[in-house]
Design a protein around this ligand. Structure first.
Ligand code: DUC
Ligand code: ZN
Ligand code: ZN
Ligand code: ZN
Length: 468
């Protein structure tokens, strides 16, 4: 099957240029000067007026994550179908080893959830919830055999996913040897738990106290500590997930300025939403935005700093931390006690649009948009050049994006298995037009969906391109 995408403007991190893109089967076979191909394609898509970009790569999703007695409401079927509608053609989800569990069993459980169910290609990171000799050996095996080359540790959630500093250091030393990347949830969970207990004792039970008991300085402190531990582990690559706070960004920027192997992502919720948005919601509605890290106060300039970090590359990637829980029966578990609200926001369908809105508002260049949502995610997590770039030989994961289109986000129209939207009514000056995964049109210009459950493949990842 040959497919020719004509008349569009191809965008990559190195620039934008007019080109026709020729797809042969599952891969891109050529980029051609417009109108110069003389063959007969079996299918042609007119991309006049559209940006032709590599399919989005969301390297932070939690399909079916067990949390607080329930599970994230999207599974690999509904979640990857929603991702595809929003122009994301690859996810890297977090397989989970819980404390006391064998790492390989956790990985097998995640394959059982995903294999045969995903609509788009997927890889796995591994959450290590119990660092011990067996888990460290398992990390080596996952890197060598399973295509899992990144491991997430938690400085938050004591008693659940939490690792103390000694465990973190040991995992970092192991990663230094096997080439893996350590991904860090940097919040001082021990201190946070004290603040949470004190708030509840005062009768402060509403959703907004979730954010008030997780102050940004405790993200900055944990970020600083993790950077120090990684230095002791001979500068093992360290990647901060869901960075939300100016204090944390300052730590990352300072480390990078001295040449350290430190990277970070942020998420749309931290770029756009604030604690005041949550405070303004009536009654228990604020639960919609309970996630960790929390939304930050408007007056502390976190959002401006994060947009700047995206421009300067101190923030390399925008992922979603997609972790949806319905209001009914899930978020409602925290009625009367904010600490029982399952943590998470569902955004996997909207990331490409939400970051493009930054382009529309003049905060980011169009090249930087592509870099932060597709190219750098691929390079950071060992998917490049198979994914993340429009180039001969790469998978034909391609999105046509219409800068003249308009998108309004609503639970009434989204595809996530979620009974509300954290982004209800948000308008985007742009629109996903056509979504192609390995040469197959999943979403066409009319919005018709042609994908199917089970077509997505597991991708074994290599080591990070940023490894030194
Ligand atoms: N944060 C969330 O909001 N949800 C799941 C895990 C996490 O770290
Ligand atoms: Zn986290
Ligand atoms: Zn510091
Ligand atoms: Zn997460």
């Amino acid at each position: 099957m040959t497919l020719l995408i004509t008349g569009g403007e191809v965008v990559g991190p190195t620039g934008r240029f007019a080109a026709d893109v020729l797809v042969d089967g599952e891969t891109i076979s050529a980029l051609l000067a417009p109108g110069t191909w003389t063959g007969q394609p079996e299918q042609t898509i007119d991309a006049t007026g559209k940006l032709v970009i590599p399919g989005g790569i969301d390297v932070h999703t939690h399909m079916k994550l067990p949390f607080g007695g329930t599970h994230a409401s999207d599974d690999f079927d509904t979640g990857t179908r929603a991702a595809a509608h929003g122009g994301t053609t690859t996810i890297v989800d977090f397989a989970v080893q819980r404390t006391g569990e064998v790492v390989q069993d956790g990985l097998a459980a995640w394959h059982a959830l995903a294999d045969g169910n995903a609509h788009i290609d997927y890889g796995f990171h591994m959450i290590i919830g119990g660092v011990d000799d067996d888990a460290l050996k398992a990390m080596d095996q996952l890197v060598a055999d399973e295509g899992v080359t990144s491991f997430k540790l938690f400085m938050a959630y004591p008693g659940v996913f939490y690792s103390d500093d000694g465990k973190i250091l040991r995992a970092m030393q192991t990663a230094r040897e096997n080439g893996a990347t350590i991904m860090m949830h940097a919040e001082n969970g021990i201190a946070i738990d004290v603040l949470v207990a004190q708030a509840l004792a005062r009768g402060e039970t509403d959703p907004v106290y979730h954010g008030i008991t997780r102050p940004s300085i405790l993200e900055g402190e944990a970020t600083h500590r993790a950077i120090a531990l990684a230095q002791v582990a001979r500068d093992t690559p360290l990647y901060f997930v869901h960075l939300s706070a100016s204090e944390a960004l300052a730590e990352v920027a300072a480390a990078r300025a001295t040449g350290r192997n430190v990277f970070a992502e942020t998420c749309p919720q931290y770029l756009y939403l604030t604690l005041e948005d949550q405070l303004g919601a009536p009654g228990f509605e604020g639960a919609k935005w309970v996630a960790s890290p929390p939304l930050r106060p408007r007056d502390e300039s976190h959002r401006d700093d994060l947009w700047r970090g995206l421009r300067t590359n101190d923030l390399a990637i925008v992922s979603t931390d997609h972790c949806p829980f319905c209001m009914k029966d899930q978020k409602e578990l925290g009625l009367g006690d904010f600490s029982k609200i399952p943590n998470g926001i569902g955004t996997v369908e909207h990331r490409v649009d939400l970051v493009y809105q930054g382009v529309a508002e003049g905060k980011l260049s169009v090249e930087r948009w592509v870099e932060t949502i597709a190219t750098t995610p691929a390079r950071m997590f060992g998917l490049y050049p198979r994914k993340g770039v429009i180039a001969p030989g790469s998978d034909a994961d391609i999105v046509l994006y219409d800068p003249a289109g308009r998108t309004t986000i609503s639970a009434a129209t989204h595809h996530m298995n979620l009974d509300y939207s954290a982004w209800e009514g948000v308008e985007i000056a742009g629109k996903v037009d056509t979504v192609i995964s390995r040469g197959e049109v999943l979403v066409d210009r009319d919005g018709t969906y042609h994908g199917r459950k089970g077509r997505g493949r597991y991708v074994k990842r290599g080591l990070s391109s940023y490894l030194r």
